[in-house]
Design a protein around this ligand. Sequence first.
Ligand code: XMP
Length: 474
Amino acid sequence: MIPEALTFKDVLLTPRRSPIASRGQVDTTGRFSRKIQLKVPLVSANMDTVTEAEMAIAMARLGGLGIVHRFLSIAEEVAEVAKVKRAESVVIEDPYTLGPDATVGEAQRMMEDREVGGLLIVDRGGKLIGVVTERDVRFEERESRRVSEVMTRKLIVGTPGMGEAAARALLAKHKLEKLPLVDKRGGLAGLITAKDILKRRRFPDASKDSKGRLLVGAAIGVVGDYLERAQALHDAGADVLVLDVAHGHADHVIKAVRALKRQKRSFELVAGNVATFEGARDLAAAGADAIKVGVGPGATCSTRVVTGSGVPQLSAVMDAARITKLRGVPICADGGIRDSGDITKALAGGASSIMIGSLLAGTDESPGWTIVRGGMKYKVYRGMASLGATMGRRKKENSRLDDVSEVVPEGVESTVPYRGAAAEVVHQLAGGLRSGMSYSGAKDLKSFWKNAKFVRITGAGWTESMPAKGVISG
Ligand code: XMP
């Protein structure tokens, strides 16, 4: 007997009696891993045309999460993670500094490289003696001048441990952008910025760590330098590591999960990808803190066509999600999301979070240029196992490049329509999810899992579900 497996468009959720008057009452909080909760359980994919620092910052501010891809050197991946961790915080514990003898040119370059508007000037003993802002050096043509000649010496400072309200009052009273924190001996102890305070108000759902920094994840592999990479990313502040392998239900992947957990028990580790309960069970038993599910559903995936292997995504998620009930290990449904309704169905099927590639690849925050063709804007989106991505990787690693025909791609390179800011896309997806949960009478994910009832539909049922042709907006 061959069992049947279903995907999102094979089913709908039966509308049920609902106590929810407005979708604003629905709490969409889900877990990406044992320790990481997201108010908006959407995660941008660890792909080189989807997530580097800019996307990760946007996703975390919106209540989701971004996973920086791993097709970078260790130093480059660490730098992307560090950018996210520095993007905002209650107190910046190690602000960028220069000595008084540094030149104006050095200050200009440092501000540009690090994308900050000011630097703190400290003496050899770590004492704060001034501040240089972009305005101080903007029109300074003598690059060799010392910063001590242009810096502001008279400073308003705060004290370590001061609360946000007190800091805000000082920033407002003196019309300041930055408030350095100084200990009793005059030593620099941190920095509070007006920008951070404003961002906290603008993004109330933001995913943050205990220091008020944005959460970020980073991908690793299972061979070569993966243990070293994992340690470096963890040290840089990555909140979760994602073990990224096409076929995660494999002995060497299980071994890698064990090795990573042995190296550092505090690594929060998501492992995958799998498409079955057995896969999820084995990775959870090895110590994974969440399981990523999806073999071949992605928009750029050709795994199923090339290898004949995979499981339609809704069935894969429902099967694997039995591990959440049994052992409390959450499932991330990865790939195949084409509409917000698919997100609703994946969560109803037992997933705790959703990974998205193609729907985010066309946004401003994804890496890569916008292309104009026939008056329309597009961005490149490519599978990480596509020919182009594989060749690019080999070139970076300086491995042999001569024979393209040796590569058996399991992904394609394509373009996706330009979609503007990631915030707009996430707003639509999260809004659709909230509505979807309210149709099932679910105020949160737990009640959604309990209440959700699927019906199987026919092709005609799906055709009926689609808006009629000739629609002019929506
Ligand atoms: P969507 O559908 O959101 O899926 O674009 C994103 C997911 O697709 C997976 N991925 C691949 N799968 N070959 C594959 O079979 C590839 O080259 C490839 N690249 C990405 C990945 O799981 C991602 O999160």
